[in-house]
Ligand binder design. Structure first.
Ligand SMILES: [Zn+2]
Ligand SMILES: [Zn+2]
Ligand SMILES: [Zn+2]
Length: 295
């Protein structure tokens, strides 16, 4: 849930801040209660929420860091990658939690321990109520008519999915309390931990790609290529990569038919909204090291 990135929206921002606070309290309660009452399903639900609190914390920290370090000349491509770095670290933490939860749940599946079903259920219901309250706070009220806020919508849908996992955790506890199906709880513990684990893996992969300067998806470079080629220039090498959440750097090597100043091309590339940093080399000969390539 990346709802904390919508800082331009005051309404959304106020709603998000409340969700952050409520999530934090509920998550701590669920983890602690899960441990004390012996319920892995409840604990997994709590760690899932902790993942959201972590994501919101990362978004908030990155936002503050980027704002206070904007224009800091020591960062060649700006401080935007702090977002990926903080995300990568939190993903590692989330991955470790997931492994611990899977091992612990598997252990309890083999050697069941006693579970305080009633107490665990009370806390799990509280968790569900919080999920529904979050959905209500993030609901798309005045947005129905004008712009669709993608972040808000994604967050809303995710909260609904989370409510479903909370319902399953409650069902597992009810099964244990009323029908003696004590293994449902550690099974839900494994399910919850796998969800968190998959999330951690995806987050690790996404943030690592940004940290390692992997090329950004093709559509922006296609736009850059098209705009440059419309001037009659032929592109020898073009690379775009993320330097921040929505910012890219572009490195272009091109051969120009006329002796236009390099700034002409720099301005063309900079006009693409996603591009924040541009480096253009204009040659009338093949670029160094480019002779062997077939561009
Ligand atoms: Zn925020
Ligand atoms: Zn709006
Ligand atoms: Zn979730």
């Amino acid at each position: 849930m990346s709802s904390c990135t919508c800082h331009h929206h005051h309404e959304a921002e106020r709603g998000t801040r409340w969700v952050c606070l409520i999530t934090l309290v509920t998550m701590a309660t669920e983890i602690l209660a899960g441990w004390l009452f012996g319920s892995m399903a409840l604990m997994a639900d709590g760690w899932h929420m902790a993942g959201h609190a972590g994501a919101m914390g990362v978004a908030w920290f990155a936002y503050v860091y980027m704002r206070t370090h904007r224009g800091d000349r020591r960062f060649v491509f700006g401080p935007g990658k702090i977002n990926a770095l903080a995300g990568f670290v939190s993903a590692l933490g989330l991955g470790l939690v997931s492994v611990f939860m899977i091992v612990e749940s598997a252990h309890r599946l083999v050697a069941p321990t006693s579970i305080a079903f009633t107490e665990a259920m009370v806390v799990a219901v509280l968790g569900l109520v919080v999920n529904i309250a979050s959905a209500w706070l993030l609901r798309d009220r005045e947005h129905a008519s004008h712009d669709t806020d993608q972040n808000l919508r994604a967050a809303y849908l995710h909260v609904l999915a989370d409510a479903l996992t909370s319902v399953l955790a409650i069902a597992a506890l009810a099964g244990g309390k009323f029908w003696g199906l004590t293994r449902l709880d550690p099974i839900m513990g494994v399910v919850g931990a796998v969800v968190v684990g998959k999330w951690a893996i995806a987050l690790t992969r996404d943030t690592a790609a940004i940290l390692l300067d992997m090329r950004a998806p093709e559509h922006v470079s296609a736009t850059v290529r098209q705009r440059l080629e419309s001037t009659g220039a032929s592109i020898r090498d073009l690379a775009l990569w993320y330097v921040g959440p929505q910012e890219m750097a572009a490195s272009v090597c091109l051969a120009a038919p006329t002796a236009a100043p390099p700034e002409t091309y720099t301005d063309i590339v900079r006009a693409v909204p996603e591009v924040a940093f541009v480096r253009v080399e204009v040659h009338n000969l093949p670029c160094p090291g480019e002779k062997d390539h077939d561009h």
